[in-house]
Design a protein around this ligand. Structure first.
Ligand SMILES: *Cc1c(COP(=O)(O)O)cnc(C)c1O
Length: 462
């Protein structure tokens, strides 16, 4: 059959509160036109993030009921450890409460002030953890990754020549490790090819620099490899994942993504000396090494979830939802980033709202219109989030103005997607009326979470 169906049926439902436009207008005003400040209950379809927002399976819930809450050496820990080791091949596994805790331990242990940490694109918590201990986080994204329309299959790849040049210039001793983020979240969830990981590893190995994989979406990345690299068309997702990890020396993971869980993470490595040093900090920050900031039941749920993420039928369905959404939007001429990534569809706000300059935050205009029109919560990835600000407050806009629609795992059905498409189409039809916004209050950093906006006077949505 050509029709891809959700490979699950629904046993437990969670009601969605349906709101009127008048109610949403009040809620948005009370949230100072910043959707981060809305109550989740006031959102009909919440696409703020795919992190920790997925639905668990009956097998995961059943495993959670078997959680062993012993402080040390619990049965649940064994399940978790065996699963992570089987998939990644790493000898040393350290559970953490989420991905950034694994990054914190990695960086605090290995990064010295003045060190450089290359990546295809650092995720913001990774960058923050590196900078917090005095390191410099640098991105070497391949040139095609910077284009919103280039249809290359692996736009998350690292620019290997740029990496090589950086090592030559700074010296290998300045680089305690190099990272690769799969898929490349900051770069739109674009995949990284096995060939690229291999090329990066070869350059690093010649200089004795270890490779650390930021593995948050390793299963989605394995699916892309299976479908875009003919050499892997007949390989299982598990096989591809193992091949990826075999090229690395360590990995950080947020199980809120491809762990199919609502919380959790891990740090894993091959080197025994690294493991000892990581473990000392783990005990200080997270907990005893056999639970590391998680309940026994969480370890069980993640152990099952990691395997479910590698199920063929699940990834086929996951990919089909993203393709369905992006195909319908493209057919209506709505500008999106092409090709779509693994966990989200991105609207190109610059081309969507051509009449709005970067200073008018076109992404915010679209995000707020989506909310007013249909109770959709999306997120701006543009000048509000990324503009550089001078000491005198002058802003340098972000090169891209995007709106991200992140898709939670196994949560929304096709009719939710049809509704979403209808809402976006309706906003698109009246795009000329999208108002500019200005910031009326902002904190000193990470302003997008809490700042206040005001739609520009004389312009409002009908
Ligand atoms: C989510 C994410 C992280 C951080 O994980 P948390 O669980 O949110 O702390 C790190 N890297 C990437 C690529 C991510 O998507």
């Amino acid at each position: 059959m050509r029709t891809v169906i959700e490979p699950f049926r629904i046993k437990t439902t969670e009601p969605i509160r349906l709101t009127t436009r008048a109610e949403r207008a009040v809620a948005l005003q009370e949230a100072h036109y910043n959707v981060f400040l809305l109550d989740a209950e006031d959102c009909c379809i919440d696409l703020l993030t795919d992190s920790g927002t997925g639905a668990m399976s009956t097998a995961q819930w059943a495993a959670m009921m078997m959680g062993d809450e012993s402080y040390a050496g619990s049965r649940s820990w064994k399940h978790f450890e065996q699963t992570v080791r089987d998939i990644t091949g790493f000898d040393h596994i350290l559970p953490t409460h989420q991905g950034r805790a694994a990054e914190g331990i990695l960086c605090e242990t290995l990064v010295k002030p003045g060190d450089l940490i290359p990546n295809n694109s650092h995720f913001d918590t990774t960058r923050a953890n590196i900078e917090y201990v005095g390191g410099r986080a640098i991105n070497f994204l391949c040139p095609e990754g910077l284009s919103t329309q280039d249809e290359s299959p692996f736009k998350g790849n690292m620019d290997v020549a740029a990496l090589e040049a950086c090592i030559q210039q700074s010296g290998a001793e300045k680089i305690p490790f190099c990272m690769l983020t799969v898929t490349n979240n900051t770069g739109g969830g674009q995949p990284v090819s096995i060939a690229n990981v291999r090329a990066v590893k070869a350059v690093l190995a010649a200089h004795g620099i270890p490779l650390v994989i930021d593995a948050c979406r390793f299963a989605e990345n394995a699916f892309f490899i299976q479908h875009r690299d003919p050499d892997y068309a007949d390989k299982s997702l598990l096989h591809i994942a193992r091949e990826l990890f075999a090229l690395a020396d360590a990995a950080t993971m947020s199980c809120k993504k491809d762990g199919m869980a609502n919380i959790g993470g891990f740090l894993a490595c091959r080197d025994a000396d690294w493991a000892t040093r990581f473990r000392n900090l783990l005990i200080l920050r997270e907990g005893f090494p056999t639970y590391g900031g998680l309940a026994g039941r969480d370890l069980e749920g993640i152990a099952v979830g990691l395997r479910e993420a590698l199920e063929e039928s699940y990834q086929v369905y996951r990919h089909a939802t993203i393709t369905y959404l992006s195909r319908h939007l493209s057919e209506m001429g709505i500008p999106i980033v092409q090709p779509p990534g693994g966990h989200a569809v991105f609207l190109d706000a610059k081309r969507f709202a051509r009449h709005l300059p970067a200073e008018g935050y076109p992404g915010i205009g679209i995000v707020n219109a989506l909310y007013l029109e249909g109770g959709i919560r999306a997120v701006e990835l543009g000048s509000v989030m990324f503009a550089r600000r001078d000491a005198d407050g002058r802003e340098h806009p972000s090169p891209l103005e995007l709106v991200r629609l992140a898709i939670p795992r196994r949560v929304y059905t096709q009719s939710h997607f049809d509704y979403l498409i209808e809402v976006i189409a309706s906003v698109w039809q009246r795009r000329d009326q999208l108002p500019a916004h200005r910031i009326t209050w902002q904190p000193d950093f990470l302003r997008h979470f809490t700042c206040h906006f005001e739609p520009q006077q004389g312009q409002h949505l009908q």
